[in-house]
Ligand binder design. Structure first.
Ligand code: GAR
Length: 221
C-alpha cells in the first residue's frame, strides 16, 4: 500500500476545456477554508473557454495551449508538464478537460492526476455519460472522482455520489442533478489528498481515518 501524498496544502494545477463550474466550486471551497489548496495555474486547451475568464477574474494565472500547434500529443504534454512544473504544481485536477491524458503527463504526475466524471464508473465512460445513463434506463447514476491512468475513465476510484434517475429525466435534467453532486464531492476528494489520507492498494483507494487527537476544527469536512 502506498501513500499518495504527505499532508500539506495542495499546489493545484487545473486543466479544463469549458464552462468551469467544477473549477468554480473548487475555488469556492478554497476561499471558504474547506479545502487546503492553492490553485497555481489554470490551463485550457480551448481558446475562449469560459473557464479562462473565470480564473482570470479570480486572479489565478491562466494559460491557453492549443494542441493543434504541436506535432503530436507528446510534444503538447511536454509543454504542459513544463508549465505545471514552473508553476510548482504538485497535483492536478481535470475539471471538464475533454482530452485523454498520455504517458508524458502520467509519468510526470503519477497517481496525482484526478478527474471527475458524470457517471458511476465503471458505467458510462467517455462522452455524454448522462445521456448514456438515461438511454440505458438505470435508476441511479451519479459522479465519480478518480485517479487518472492510461485508460479512459478507468483509474482508481476516490469518491462517488449517487443521484436518482427519474422517469421524466432527459440528458439535461440528469446532468443538472449530477452536477450539483460534482460540486459537492470534487473538493472533498481533493481535501483527502491535502490531509495525506489517500493510499493506494493495487487499484483500490483506501482513505485513512485521521487520528482523533489530530482532528482540528478546520480539518473536519
Ligand atoms: C462536468 O459534468 C464533468 O463531469 C464533465 O464535464 C463537465 C464539465 O463541466 N467531464 C467529463 O465528462 C470528463 N469525461 P464544468 O466545465 O462546468 O466543470
Amino acid at each position: 500500500m502506498i501513500r499518495i501524498m504527505e499532508p500539506g496544502p495542495l499546489q493545484l494545477g487545473v486543466l479544463a476545456s469549458g464552462r468551469g463550474s467544477n473549477f468554480d466550486a473548487i475555488c469556492d471551497a478554497i476561499d471558504k477554508g474547506q479545502l487546503q489548496a492553492e490553485i497555481k495555474i489554470l490551463i485550457s486547451d480551448k481558446n475562449g473557454a469560459p473557464v479562462l475568464q473565470k480564473a482570470a477574474n479570480r486572479g489565478i494565472k491562466t494559460l491557453f495551449v492549443n494542441p493543434q500547434d504541436f506535432t503530436g500529443r507528446e510534444d503538447y504534454e511536454r509543454l504542459l508538464v513544463e508549465k505545471l512544473h514552473e508553476a510548482r504544481v504538485n497535483i492536478i485536477a481535470l475539471a471538464g478537460y475533454m482530452r485523454l491524458v498520455g504517458p508524458i503527463f502520467l509519468q510526470a504526475y503519477a497517481n496525482r492526476i484526478l478527474n471527475i466524471h458524470p457517471a458511476l464508473l465503471p458505467s458510462f465512460t467517455g462522452l455524454h455519460a448522462q445521456r448514456q445513463a438515461v438511454e440505458y434506463g438505470v435508476k441511479f447514476s451519479g459522479c465519480t472522482v478518480h485517479i487518472v491512468d492510461q485508460g479512459m475513465d478507468s483509474g482508481p476510484i476516490v469518491m462517488q455520489a449517487v443521484v436518482p434517475v427519474y422517469d421524466d429525466d432527459d440528458e439535461e435534467s440528469l446532468s443538472e442533478r449530477i452536477l450539483e453532486q460534482e460540486h459537492n464531492i470534487y473538493w472533498r476528494a481533493l481535501q483527502l489528498f491535502a490531509q495525506g489520507r489517500v493510499y493506494l492498494s493495487q487499484r483500490r483507494v483506501i482513505i485513512k481515518q485521521i487520528a482523533t487527537e489530530t482532528i482540528t476544527k478546520s480539518s473536519v469536512v
